[in-house]
Structures are given as structure tokens and as C-alpha cells.
Design a protein around this ligand. Structure first.
Ligand SMILES: Cc1ncc(COP(=O)(O)O)c(C=O)c1O
Length: 356
């Protein structure tokens, strides 16, 4: 039986994506060849890459606005390095908002390149909220933030308006809600949360921000080189790109980001409603900053943990334990998780209340 998969990533993808990807591994486009054994320069794969890059811009509303989409390897973690390498000037500085483990990891890498100003941090409160009211230095080369903090379950609901390039790690909520994506100059996201399997990273970059620092950038870390090579500077991760394309086609057929946002809002309202109603549970993140993707919550009395764990496992739920730095539970409700799965979890929470 298919499990209700709450894994934080790699995570659930639409069933049709699993089926179509499996088919492509056996016989891609009826070619008599597997997707895994053809040249990435073949007509069929070049078409996959081109469509994947185009559908990203279409879904984000960025077509014809000077942006390029790239599917690279190295994970979102490599973008912690590529962003400063490409955008921070020699002797320049960058501004960062510290909202969690991944933001802190990005800051650590940026420091290798130059002055890195942390405009605000919620570290002292174990990242349970998004800091607000901070000032971004106008002379920074860019401002970096993390739209959704996968581990702590917080999500930025608003983004600052800045006159410097706005860079955002959207790994765990890209394509989940409508935003004015044209506010951002560089967006990156590891595929394995809302877009596809692990192995590729999506980069969406406004071309005009590139080529403005005097660093000599190694070719593989140079966004401009990847754009020029149409995301084929070297052999791309063909399978993750193909599966990501299938997920994005699924999203487009569903009605795009506006349609999935409604479903995501319904899922989050259902689960947070129960967390707030049920006297056995409490949410871990500040209410106004709660993530619609990763809901973190705790039992008020840890003594019920063994019973609760046995109950949700018996209901076919998988991947619910929280990250060790928060404890408790984390329900990751990415795009492909159906509303029905959230109802199953809510039913278990209510059954626990009745049982004790
Ligand atoms: C918000 C965020 N940024 C970055 C990363 C790191 O991604 P990767 O493992 O692709 O390097 C993660 C992984 O969970 C994440 O959630």
C-alpha cells in the first residue's frame, strides 16, 4: 500500500511522475532505448532540457523578462558558494538573513568570499520565527534570504523591497505559492522537495546581474557559462531533469502555482487547525511565520510519544519524526502530498486524544 509520505526531502512526487519516469528508464519515447543510456546531446534529451527550462519560467511568470533557468548538479548547497562567487565583488560585501540551519550554512560559505553582514538572526530562539524590521545595507552587493526553513517550519510571508539583487534559497517551497517572482534576481532550489528527485538544482537568474564582479570564476561555478551552454556545459543529471520536467508538467496541468497554492493552503489549515485545537499538541514555530510546507509540532506530554508513534505508523504514515534540532514531529506537505493524507494524520491525532 502506498504510504502517506511526510518526508522532508527527498519527498513524495506525483504518482504519474513515478510511473512515467519508470517507463522512460525502460523505453524512452518509444525509442527502444532507456533515458539512462542515450546521449545528453541527443535530440530527445535536448528537447527535455529545453522544455524543462521553459516551463520553469512559464510557471513562475518570468518568460521574456530577462531570466534564464538552469538545471545544474551539486545541490542547493553548491549555490551557497556559487551565489557569492558570481555576485560578491572583490572587497565587496553581502547581506544575509539568518533564519535557520540552511541560511547559516549559506552565510558560512559567503564569508569565504568577503564581508558578510548578518542583518538579523533568530538563532537565539532556535529559529522559531522569522526576524523582522531589519535594515539591509544599501551598498551590499546582494541580499540573501531563505524563503522556507525546512527544519524549523517557518516561512517568509513577505520579502523586502531592495535596490540591490535579491537572492533567495527557495529549496523547500518553490512552486508552492504565488509570489511576484520578478522581485527576485537569483532563485535557487534543490529539486528534491517540490520539483523532482535529488540530483539537480534549479537556478533562475536574471541575466543582467551577472558579469559585474571582477573575480575569475571557475567555469563550472560560473552562471554565465552555464547560460551560454544552455544548461549543457557538461553532462547534465539527465534523470532528475526529466523527472522534474514531468512534475512541472503535472503542476501545469493542475492549473499551475495558483491552483496548487489553494490546495496547499487547505492542507496547512487542516493540520494547523488540529494542532491548535487538540490539547495534546502544540506548534513549534511562531504562528504568523508558520510554514505551509513543513509543519513542526510537539506533544505537550512526551509520555504519549510511543502511543502516537505506533498509531501513525499503523495508519500508513511515513516520515513524520521532526529534525533532531527541533524534536517532536514535522509534517512536510509538499505539492504532491494529497489533502487526504493530511486528513489521515488529523484523524490519528484525534484518535490519540480519545484514546488517553
Ligand atoms: C532550505 C534548504 N536549503 C538548502 C538545502 C540543502 O540542499 P542540498 O542537499 O540540495 O544541498 C536544504 C536541504 O534540505 C534546504 O531545505
Amino acid at each position: 500500500m502506498k504510504k502517506h509520505n511526510y518526508s522532508a526531502g527527498p519527498c513524495i512526487l506525483p504518482q504519474e511522475v513515478f510511473e512515467k519516469s519508470a517507463q522512460a528508464i525502460l523505453n524512452f519515447n518509444d525509442s527502444g532505448l532507456s533515458l539512462l543510456e542515450i546521449s545528453h546531446r541527443s535530440k530527445d534529451f535536448v528537447a527535455v532540457m529545453n522544455e524543462a527550462r521553459a516551463i520553469v519560467l512559464e510557471l513562475l511568470g518570468l518568460e521574456g523578462k530577462g531570466y534564464s533557468a538552469l538545471f545544474l548538479a551539486g545541490g542547493a548547497s553548491l549555490e551557497f558558494v556559487m551565489a557569492p562567487y558570481n555576485l560578491m565583488k572583490e572587497g565587496g560585501k553581502a547581506a544575509y538573513l539568518d533564519t535557520g540551519t540552511w541560511a547559516a550554512a549559506a552565510i558560512k560559505e559567503a564569508k569565504l568570499f568577503g564581508e558578510t553582514v548578518v542583518v538579523a538572526s533568530s538563532k537565539e530562539e532556535n529559529y522559531n520565527h522569522i526576524p523582522k524590521g531589519y535594515t539591509i545595507p544599501a551598498d551590499a552587493d546582494y541580499f540573501h534570504c531563505t524563503s522556507n526553513n525546512t527544519i524549523f517550519g517557518t516561512q517568509m510571508k513577505e520579502f523586502p523591497s531592495v535596490d540591490i539583487p535579491l537572492v533567495c534559497d527557495m529549496s523547500s517551497d518553490i512552486f508552492s505559492r504565488e509570489l511576484d517572482f520578478s522581485k527576485f534576481d537569483l532563485i535557487y532550489a534543490g529539486a528534491q522537495k517540490n520539483m523532482g528527485p535529488a540530483g539537480t538544482t534549479l537556478i533562475v537568474v536574471k541575466e543582467e546581474i551577472l558579469g559585474k564582479n571582477d573575480r575569475i570564476i571557475p567555469s563550472m561555478l560560473d552562471y554565465a557559462k552555464h547560460i551560454k551552454a544552455e544548461s549543457m556545459y557538461n553532462t547534465p543529471p539527465v534523470f532528475p531533469v526529466y523527472a522534474s520536467l514531468l512534475t512541472l508538467q503535472w503542476l501545469k496541468n493542475l492549473g499551475g502555482i495558483a491552483a496548487i497554492e489553494k490546495i496547499n493552503n487547505a492542507k496547512a489549515a487542516l493540520l494547523y487547525g488540529e494542532i491548535d485545537r487538540n490539547p495534546l499538541f502544540k506548534g513549534a514555530a511562531a504562528v504568523e511565520d508558520r510554514s505551509n510546507m513543513n509543519a513542526t509540532f510537539l506533544l505537550n506530554d512526551e509520555a504519549h510519544a510511543a502511543t502516537f508513534d505506533a498509531m501513525w505508523k499503523a495508519a500508513g504514515i511515513s516520515g513524520l519524526p521532526g529534525h533532531r534540532s527541533v524534536g517532536g514531529y514535522r509534517a512536510s506537505m509538499y505539492n504532491a502530498l494529497p489533502l487526504e493524507s493530511v486528513q489521515v494524520l488529523v484523524d490519528v491525532m484525534q484518535a490519540l486524544e480519545k484514546a488517553i
